[in-house]
Design a protein around this ligand. Structure first.
Ligand code: PLP
Length: 394
C-alpha cells in the first residue's frame, strides 16, 4: 500500500543523544561494568516495599481506579507539592500556581507548546540536559545556546543576543551534566534580564531536592509575578517510574497550562494518591535527608579519587552534592575512548551528548555519575578511567 505520511511536523522529531549512549552501554552494565553513566536513584535508597505497601493501601479504596484526575491534578497534591518545594528547596512566591504533571518531561513539553511558535528562538545553557531540545525543535523553535564559562552560563550572551528570545531553559542547581550550582549573583542577574526583557524562563529544579543546602531560585529575586516557570519531579529522589512531577507557573498562565493537559488529564489518580500518601507519611522527607547525605559523600569520594588518580592535564567540576561531575580531557576524544573504558570495566556518558549541537561539540568532556554505584566501585571506576586517559598521552 502507498505510504501515507504524517504531518510535516513529524519530520522534526529527533531522538535523545544521551539515551543512545545509555542504550549502547546497557549490555556492558548488565554484564558488570562499573556504571558511572546512569542518573537514577541509588539502589541503596530504593523504597520498593514502602511503595508496594502504599499502592496496596491506596487500592483498598475501591473507587480510586475508577476516577479521573482533575486538570492540574488533585488540589490536595498541588498544595502538598507547594509545601514540599518550600521545605526542601525554596519558598514558591504567592503569585504562582502548582500544577501536577507526569514528570518533568511532560511539564517541559506543555510549557514549550504554550511558549513557542515556529521561528522562535529557545536558549539552552551549553552543555545542558539535551533531552529537552527535541521538544523545542518539534514546536518549530530554533535552538541557541549560552556557554557555561567559569562555572556559570554567560548572562552577557543572553542579555546581548537573546534577551528577547522566546524562552531560556536552565538547571541552576546541580546542573546536568556539570553538577554545578550557579551563584546567588547569577540568579539575581538572570532575574534582572527577566524584568528588563520579559524573557520567559523554564527552571528545572529536579536536582534541587538532593542539594545539601539548596539556594533560592531566581524566581525569588524577580519580585512580583513574572514569566517564570519551574519544572521538576520526584524522579531523582524517589523513583522515575512513578512519573510524578510538577510545573509551577504564574497565576495568569495557570488555566492555559491546565487545559494543555487534556491529552493525559494530569496524571494517574492511583500514582497521585500513592505520592500523596508517601509525602504525608514522611517517607519522602526522610528519603531527601538520606539522599543528600549519600550523594554528597559519594561526590566527595569521587573528587578525592580524581585528585589522586587523574593525569595532571585532566580537570573536573567540583559539585557540592548530587549525581554528576564533568571531566575535561583536552585532546582526548571521550566518545572514541568509551570502547576502551568499557574494556577496562567502566561506563560513562561522553560529553558530546550534552553539547549543542549534539554530537559535535564537547568531544573532550565526559559526564561521570555517582548515582548508582557504591563508593568502592566509584573509586575503582575512576581509577580505570584514569588509566585509559594516561594511555592517551603516553
Ligand atoms: C535535568 C533533568 N530534568 C529532568 C529529568 C527527569 O525528568 P522526569 O521528571 O520526567 O523523570 C532529568 C533526568 O535525567 C534531568 O536530568
Amino acid at each position: 500500500m502507498r505510504e501515507v505520511p504524517l504531518l510535516p511536523a513529524s519530520w522534526r522529531l529527533t531522538g535523545s543523544a544521551i539515551g543512545e549512549y545509555l542504550d549502547y552501554l546497557s549490555e556492558a552494565i548488565a554484564r558488570g561494568a562499573i556504571d558511572l553513566a546512569r542518573g537514577v536513584p541509588d539502589p541503596v535508597l530504593r523504597k520498593t516495599s514502602v511503595i508496594k505497601r502504599a499502592f496496596e493501601e491506596v487500592l483498598s479504596d475501591p473507587d480510586i481506579p475508577y476516577i479521573y484526575s482533575p486538570l492540574g491534578g488533585p488540589s490536595s497534591l498541588r498544595d502538598l507539592f507547594r509545601r514540599f518545594i518550600g521545605e526542601h528547596a525554596f519558598e514558591v512566591p504567592p503569585g504562582y500556581t502548582v500544577i501536577v504533571t507526569p514528570g518533568t518531561f511532560a511539564a517541559f513539553d506543555i510549557l514549550a507548546k504554550l511558549m513557542l511558535t515556529p521561528g522562535d528562538v529557545m536558549v539552552f545553557e551549553n552543555p545542558t540536559f539535551t533531552d529537552f531540545l527535541p521538544h523545542a525543535i518539534f514546536y518549530g523553535a530554533s535552538t541557541a545556546s549560552t556557554p557555561i564559562v567559569d562555572g556559570e552560563p554567560s548572562l552577557e550572551t543572553i542579555r546581548s543576543h537573546y534577551g528577547r528570545a522566546a524562552a531560556f531553559y536552565t538547571v541552576p542547581t546541580l546542573q546536568n551534566p556539570t553538577g554545578l550550582t550557579f551563584s546567588d549573583e547569577w540568579r539575581a542577574g538572570l532575574a534582572e534580564i527577566v524584568r528588563d526583557h520579559g524573557l520567559r524562563v523554564i527552571e528545572d529544579i529536579t536536582y534541587s531536592f538532593i542539594h545539601p543546602s539548596p539556594p533560592k531560585s531566581p524566581m525569588n529575586y524577580v519580585g512580583g509575578e513574572a514569566p517564570y516557570a519551574l519544572v521538576g519531579s520526584l524522579s531523582k529522589v524517589l523513583a522515575p517510574g512513578l512519573r510524578v512531577g510538577f510545573a509551577v507557573v504564574p497565576k495568569t498562565w495557570a488555566r492555559a497550562v491546565e487545559l494543555a493537559q487534556l491529552h493525559d488529564l494530569s496524571l494517574s489518580p492511583i500514582n497521585a494518591a500513592v505520592t500523596e500518601k508517601l509525602i504525608r507519611d514522611g517517607v519522602i522527607d526522610k528519603l531527601v535527608r538520606e539522599a543528600r547525605r549519600r550523594y554528597s559523600e559519594k561526590v566527595r569520594a569521587a573528587i578525592e579519587t580524581l585528585q589522586d588518580r587523574m593525569p595532571d592535564w585532566v580537570s573536573w567540576t567540583e559539585p557540592e552534592g548530587g549525581y554528576y561531575i564533568m571531566i575535561y580531557a583536552p585532546g582526548a576524544d571521550m566518545s572514541r575512548l568509551l570502547a576502551e573504558a568499557l574494556m577496562k570495566g567502566v561506563a560513562y556518558v561522553p560529553g558530546d551528548a550534552f553539547h549543542i549541537p549534539p554530537r559535535v561539540a564537547g568531544k573532550h568532556t565526559a559526564r561521570l555519575s555517582v548515582a548508582v554505584e557504591s563508593v568502592e566501585r566509584i573509586v575503582e571506576g575512576i581509577g580505570a578511567l584514569a588509566s585509559v586517559l594516561r594511555d592517551v598521552r603516553r
